[in-house]
Design a protein around this ligand. Structure first.
Ligand SMILES: Cc1ncc(COP(=O)(O)O)c(C=O)c1O
Length: 445
C-alpha cells in the first residue's frame, strides 16, 4: 500500500472533523466500521488514526478507542488529577498533600469568622483587608507600589488574564505573547477572537529587541509576560532584562500584563517588571501555585487610571470573587503561614529538580521551579513522545501546546509536583528516560 493511501484517509477524517461530522471530543468509528465505509482495510485506518494522533487531532486509548481532540490545547496540556493514569506529569500545582492540614485549619478559622455581612452581597471590590493581604503577598515577592486602592481580587490568575484581555482589547486586536507560552492565554485569545503574535526569547526570557520589532510591525495592544519560572520554558528573567523590557514598553504604545504567578519560587525576590513602569503595567499574582488552585484567589495591581474599568468588568461578570475563600487566604497571609507554605513548596521543587536531573541527564534548562522543559532527541517528535509515554501510563505535555501557531515541537513539559511520592516520581522519570533512549519506530514515517 502506498503511504498516500492512509494520508488521504487521514485527510478525509480531518475534513469530517472540520465540517462537524465528527464532533470535538466524540468517539471515532472503529477501524473495521470505517474500513468498510471507505472501502479499505482496518490496517490502513489504524495508520490514518496514528497519523492524526501524531498531529494532535485525535487521541487513542488502549481498550477505549479513538476520540477527536477538543478545540483548546488547554485541555490537553493539563489533565485533571482525578484521571486514573499512574504518573501524571501534566499539572503545575503544589505538592498538595503537604498543604491539606494548614488549609483545613484556615477554612476552620474562616468558618468561625463568618458574620452576616461576610456571607451577604458586598461591594464588588471585595473587603478591604482581603485586598490588603493581596498587597502584602505580592510585596513580599518583589512588587512595589501596591495599595488597597489599586489592587483587585480575582478568581485566580486565569480570571485575571481573561479580565485584562477583555478590558484592554477588542475582538480582532492583536496581543503579543512569549514565543512559548501558557496555553491558558492562547485559549482566551482564540475563544475571544484576539490575534496572537509571538515574541522571540533567549535564555533570559523575552528579547527586548524582538519585542520592539513586534510592536512596530504588529501594533499589539498588550504583551503578556511570565517573568519568573516561565511556563513552559522555566526561564526566570534577571533584573537587567526586566529593566530593558520595561524601557521598551515605556516608549511604546502598549500595556504590560505581567503574570507573576510563580514569583514565590525565586530564591530571592526579583523586582517585578511592573515596578519600573507602574503606569503601564498590570501585575497578576495568585495563591494557586503556592497554596491551592482550588482557592481561586488572585490579585491584580493596576494603574490608577484603570481601576474603575476593571471593577466594572468584575461587577458585570462575577459581581465579586468569593469572600469566603478570601477570609481563609487573608488569615494564611496575615498569620505568615502562607509564606511558610510557599517556602516549603519552593524547597520541594528544588529537591525534585535535583532528582530529575540525576535521572534525565539531557535536561538543559536551569529552572528550579515546578517544571522542566525537556528537549527530545532528533528521532522523536513531541506528539509521538507524548503518545508513547501515555501508552506507558505517563502523562506529559507536548511542546506544541505552548506554541501560538501549534508548531511541531522538539520539547515536552514535565511538572515535577503533581505526583505525590518521590518514589513514584523517580519511577515515572525512569520510564521517560528509557523512552528517550529507545529507538522506537512504531510507525513507518
Ligand atoms: C503562567 C500561568 N498563568 C496562569 C495560570 C492559571 O492560574 P490560576 O489557577 O490561578 O488561574 C497558570 C496555571 O498553570 C499558569 O501557568
Amino acid at each position: 500500500m502506498s503511504s498516500s493511501k492512509f494520508s488521504k484517509i487521514a485527510q478525509i477524517i480531518e475534513e469530517r472533523i472540520e465540517n462537524g461530522e465528527y464532533l470535538l471530543n466524540s468517539k471515532l468509528p472503529t477501524h473495521r466500521v470505517l474500513a468498510d465505509e471507505l472501502n479499505t482495510t482496518p490496517v490502513t485506518i489504524a495508520k490514518a488514526y496514528k497519523l492524526l494522533s501524531n498531529k494532535g487531532k485525535i487521541e487513542s486509548f488502549v481498550g477505549r478507542g479513538s476520540f477527536v481532540c477538543g478545540e483548546s490545547n488547554l485541555n490537553s496540556a493539563i489533565k485533571a488529577s482525578e484521571m486514573e493514569e499512574t504518573f501524571n506529569f501534566s499539572i503545575l500545582q503544589p505538592c498538595l498533600y503537604k498543604n491539606v492540614v494548614p488549609l483545613q485549619k484556615a477554612y476552620q478559622v474562616a468558618s468561625e469568622k463568618l458574620t452576616a455581612s461576610l456571607i451577604g452581597y458586598t461591594e464588588h471590590t471585595g473587603h478591604e483587608n482581603h485586598r490588603e493581604a493581596g498587597v502584602a503577598w505580592a510585596k513580599y515577592f518583589g512588587l512595589t507600589g501596591g495599595s488597597v486602592d489599586n489592587t483587585l481580587l480575582t478568581n485566580g490568575a486565569q480570571h485575571a488574564l481573561s479580565l485584562l484581555i477583555h478590558a484592554l482589547t477588542k475582538p480582532g486586536d492583536t496581543i503579543a505573547v512569549e514565543e512559548k507560552t501558557y496555553p491558558g492565554t492562547l485559549a482566551i485569545a482564540s475563544l475571544s477572537g484576539r490575534k496572537v503574535v509571538k515574541v522571540s526569547m533567549d535564555e533570559h526570557g523575552v528579547s527586548p529587541e524582538a519585542l520592539e520589532l513586534v510592536i512596530d510591525e504588529w501594533k499589539p495592544k498588550l504583551v503578556v509576560i511570565v517573568p519568573s519560572h516561565q511556563n513552559p520554558t522555566g526561564i526566570t528573567m534577571p533584573e537587567v532584562r526586566r529593566r530593558k523590557v520595561a524601557e521598551v514598553i515605556k516608549r511604546k504604545d502598549i500595556w504590560l500584563v505581567e503574570d507573576d504567578i510563580y514569583c514565590f519560587l525565586d530564591e530571592r525576590p526579583i523586582p517585578a517588571i511592573s515596578n519600573f513602569i507602574p503606569e503601564k503595567a498590570f501585575h497578576i499574582s495568585a495563591l494557586s501555585k503556592a497554596l491551592s488552585p482550588a482557592m481561586r484567589c488572585g490579585y491584580i495591581k493596576a494603574p490608577e487610571s484603570h481601576v474603575e474599568l476593571l471593577n466594572a468588568h468584575i461587577r458585570a461578570n462575577i459581581w465579586l470573587s468569593p469572600p469566603i475563600n478570601y477570609i481563609a487566604a487573608t488569615y494564611l497571609i496575615e498569620s505568615g503561614e502562607a509564606f511558610k507554605i510557599a517556602e516549603q513548596q519552593r524547597k520541594t521543587a528544588f529537591e525534585r529538580q535535583t532528582i530529575a536531573r540525576k535521572i534525565l541527564p539531557t535536561i538543559q534548562c536551569r529552572s528550579t521551579g515546578y517544571h522542566i522543559w525537556l528537549p527530545l532527541p532528533l528521532h522523536w517528535t513531541s506528539e509521538r513522545f507524548v503518545a508513547e509515554a501515555k501508552n506507558r501510563h505517563v502523562i506529559i505535555s507536548s511542546g506544541s501546546y505552548f506554541d501560538a501557531t501549534g508548531h511541531e515541537s522538539r520539547h515536552v513539559r514535565l511538572s515535577l509536583m503533581s505526583i505525590s511520592s518521590e518514589a513514584q516520581l523517580e519511577e515515572g522519570l525512569r520510564i521517560l528516560q528509557n523512552l528517550l533512549e529507545s529507538k522506537i519506530t512504531t510507525f513507518p514515517f
